[in-house]
Design a protein around this ligand. Structure first.
Ligand SMILES: [Zn+2]
Ligand SMILES: [Zn+2]
Length: 340
């Protein structure tokens, strides 16, 4: 019965649209009193929830867990906001869409953008039922389509095709605000990063780090292309996955990013004037990029590691490698633990 209901709802609600790139918010509402763009990484524990606010546009990317639904709606209301222009659901996991039904009920977004990745979990059924009751349809965005708002543009840059994994099928989005870019990775990991490297201009001032700081995301080549000034990680202190993983933190540090973590700082608000990014009124300056990294190969297994990896071979099996490229030319494959 529930399965049948779910498929009926999906048929009724989901619209596949061609790219028009039109503006949604012909707003009389003023969300802010100045012309900056604000990113509110709302502390929802182990989950994602980001409020994007410009003078004329409000957008929520993901809505945390079901338990955090109340906190999210109260937070948004505390800013004097009564409605949302956009709700974007990156992928149907309960740490991203758990609180979405409540958000939809409270703020009736003008446009709901979600991928066609589906779920039969309870929170997802509740979300679809709520959308149906509120008479709001779901737009499946065309990847590569640039939406133009009055104050900023945004574009979904992944997934062009299925990666066969719900996390990797996350909607990945870039916001373009004056001379700054902001990249939101959802829970996408390595295969998505590799695909993006082939296809997209990835440079971004702000990176919402993929998959709560998992070691399987935020790989070097990708981070070198993004070169973020600030990287924000949304995860909960003491979570069962150990997010964020040490290896991801190290790699982010090595590309010079300022790392801000909700598990340490609670809700994080970044402000952008179109040139610079500010946290607590202070301008964030890119840190020094560490270029000298050494790699250690295991002569026996032909796996290579970063020299800080916990899984280094014993001295007699070790060989020093000068670069990643050298390791690959010599036939070494990358350690799955340290992702060199
Ligand atoms: Zn997640
Ligand atoms: Zn996920």
């Amino acid at each position: 019965m529930r399965k049948r209901l779910l498929s009926i709802l999906i048929a009724l609600l989901f619209l596949l649209t061609a790219c028009t790139g039109t503006t949604v918010s012909e707003n009389t509402v003023n969300y802010k009193t100045d012309s900056s763009l604000e990113l509110h990484f709302i502390d929802v524990g182990q989950g994602d929830c980001i409020l994007v606010l410009s003078e004329n546009t409000s957008m929520l990317i993901d809505a945390g867990t079901k338990e955090s639904g109340h906190k999210i709606t109260e937070y948004i209301k505390s800013l004097g906001i009564e409605s949302l222009d956009y709700f974007i659901g990156t992928h149907p996991h309960d740490d991203h869409l758990g609180g979405a039904a409540k958000v939809i009920r409270e703020f009736s977004p003008k446009e709901v953008l979600m991928s066609d990745e589906l779920s039969d979990a309870y929170f997802y059924e509740e979300l679809l039922e709520t959308l149906y009751k509120e008479n709001i349809s779901v737009t499946v965005p065309e990847i590569g389509c640039r939406y133009r708002e009055e104050d900023f543009d945004f574009k979904f840059i992944s997934p062009y095709e299925s990666f066969g994994d719900t996390n990797d099928n996350s909607l990945v989005m870039m916001i373009y605000f004056k001379n700054t870019n902001m990249l939101f990775m959802g829970d996408a990991e390595k295969s998505v990063e590799e695909k993006l490297l082939e296809e997209e201009e990835l440079k971004a001032d702000v990176l919402k780090v993929g998959h709560h700081g998992s070691r399987y995301a935020s790989n070097y080549d990708f981070l070198r292309a993004v070169e973020p000034t600030v990287a924000v990680i949304q995860s909960e202190k003491g979570n069962m996955y150990g997010h964020p993983h040490e290896e991801a933190i190290e790699r982010l540090g090595e590309v010079g990013a300022n790392i801000l973590r909700c598990d340490e700082l609670g809700t994080i608000v970044l402000k952008c004037d179109g040139e610079k990014i500010y946290y607590n009124e202070e301008e964030l300056i890119k840190k020094e990029v560490i270029t000298q990294i050494s790699y250690i190969g295991n002569k026996k297994s032909h796996v290579f590691h970063r020299d800080t990896c916990g899984n280094l071979p014993k001295e007699s099996n070790s060989v020093k490698l000068n670069s990643r490229e050298e390791a690959i030319i010599l036939g070494y494959s990358a350690c799955k633990g340290c992702n060199p």
